[in-house]
Design a protein. Structure first.
Length: 430
């Protein structure tokens, strides 16, 4: 008898051996479908079960995450531990079929159905399918992930132009907004060379707030041997951005450099990389984080709440504007006549522009002035991760980790970063 065609749920990737089961799944059991109050299949036990068993040692359960109760497969239940627990799940109310038909590997992961600015409102812990990988992809067992400002932007879908850039117009395409990770290779696609199951790797992937995630082979590299998974997970997005920003500025030894936002995820790496290039670094941050910024190598620290870096007395050969909301003319006042400004970020410009107004003006102004004004979007790539590995293994740079959270508390971790409380990086352990 010919094998029944396998159909894939377009929403979550679960596979089914026949159409009626897929329809039932979408209509009744879809994990991304919100349970409506008063439905006859509402079962309060589900809520307490999933909340009470969000057990990774923390007291925060699914209910605290704003999690909608999700009906799990019959006979599956919540695993007692979130750490990479996976299991075969069958369609609710039906007996489990033979492996490879209606049963699929699932995992407890952070999922997001809609865009929203409050992490507790939009992220929840839920049973979801282990990702399937393509020929050029790697399935990674995530051991730790990290949060950065970009995590919040992906979660919120802001500024709006990013929705047009392919992240999902009305709702996020990604299951969760995590990108940076460190972990182990679980399996590799047919065309992947250079990685085998068991390799310890770090880099970026789709949905790192989960026990398993799929990563493109060109966006991962061997994990630095001297770092724990937590430390390595703090590196990818932030340190890649810092490296590429310093490189873009073509910094050389002895140059005077101003790093605005020196106490954050990108800034703590940028200070160390700039020092490794031999620059003299002044870091801009709030007073409470000044000691930490000095400890990573800044020669001077400017408290932006009390001092103006553009005081007319000091001028810099290079400015990296990572965290400030400063206008272009203000930044240019602190640059030498032939100085270079690299605009990395800044939380200005509102929902529509998100800082792009400054970047547009810099592009228009650039041909007319002697200073070099530039902006860039960081590239996630293996070659730069390998350069960072060398810098990390030689001790020239070290991740600064503010704190770690268990997977169930990912929303709190994102809020901590968004509220500007983090010193360096915030890591999620899985
Ligand atoms: N271009 C790219 O491809 C790219 C890639 C990654 C990130 N980014 C952007 O880079 C920015 C920083 O990201 P992150 O993850 O490093 O964020 P973060 O960890 O939250 O750090 C933000 C930094 O900005 C500083 N800051 C806040 N308000 C300031 C002000 N008024 N003046 C001067 N400094 C101020 C903070 O100092 P205190 O904490 O001491 O107040 C902190 O050092 C974000 O806008 C992000 O979207 C861009």
């Amino acid at each position: 008898m010919p094998a029944a065609p396998v159909r894939t749920c377009p929403l979550c990737g679960l596979r089914f051996s026949n159409l009626p089961l897929l329809e039932l799944h979408i209509r009744e059991d879809h994990p991304r479908r919100e349970r409506r109050p008063g439905r006859e299949d509402d079962n309060p036990a589900d809520t307490s079960d999933s909340a009470g068993k969000a057990g990774d040692g923390s007291s925060t359960g699914a209910a605290e995450l704003g999690q909608q109760p999700v009906r799990l497969a019959a006979g599956a239940g919540s695993p007692p531990d979130l750490r990479a627990e996976t299991m075969k799940t069958a369609i609710s109310g039906r007996p489990a079929g033979p492996p490879g038909t209606i049963g699929v590997e699932t995992m407890k992961a952070i999922v997001q159905d809609d865009y929203g600015t409050a992490a507790e409102d939009v992220l929840r812990l839920a049973e979801t399918a282990r990702p399937a990988i393509g020929d050029e992809e790697v399935l990674v067992r995530v051991r730790a992930a990290s949060v950065d400002r970009g995590t919040w932007h992906l979660m919120a879908g802001l500024a709006y132009p990013m929705r047009l850039a392919g992240f999902g117009f009305r709702a996020p395409k990604a299951l969760n907004p995590g990108r940076s990770f460190a972990g182990m290779v679980e399996s590799v696609g047919k065309q992947v060379t250079g990685f085998v199951p068991g390799d310890e790797v770090y880099g970026t992937c789709d949905g790192s707030f989960a026990p398993y995630a799929r990563a493109r082979a060109g966006r991962i590299a061997s994990k630095p041997g001297n770092l724990s998974f937590e430390q390595a997970a703090a590196v990818p997005v932030s340190a890649l951005t810092a490296l590429q920003a310093v490189r873009r500025a073509r910094v050389w030894a002895g140059q005077k450099m101003l790093i605005i936002g020196a106490s954050g995820g990108v800034g703590t790496f940028a200070v160390q990389i700039a020092k490794a290039f031999g620059a003299e670094v002044a870091g801009v941050c709030s007073a409470g984080k000044a000691d930490m910024v000095r400890s990573v190598g800044a020669d001077y620290v400017i408290d932006y709440t009390r001092e103006d870096f553009a005081d007319g007395e000091h001028r810099y050969d290079v400015i990296l504007d990572i965290g400030g909301g400063n206008g272009l003319s203000h930044l240019r006042r602190a640059l030498t006549p032939r100085g270079k400004l690299v605009m990395v970020g800044g939380e200005t410009g509102g929902r529509w522009l998100g800082g792009m107004d400054r970047q547009l003006r810099a592009h228009l102004l650039f041909p007319l002035v002697s200073q070099q004004l530039s902006t860039f979007i960081a590239s996630e790539n293996s070659a730069d991760l390998a350069i960072l590995r060398d810098l990390l293994e030689s001790g020239k740079i070290t991740p600064v980790i503010d704190r770690t959270y268990p997977l169930s508390q990912t929303p709190a971790a994102i809020r901590h970063v968004q509220e500007g409380r983090a010193r360096g990086k915030v890591v999620i352990t899985i």
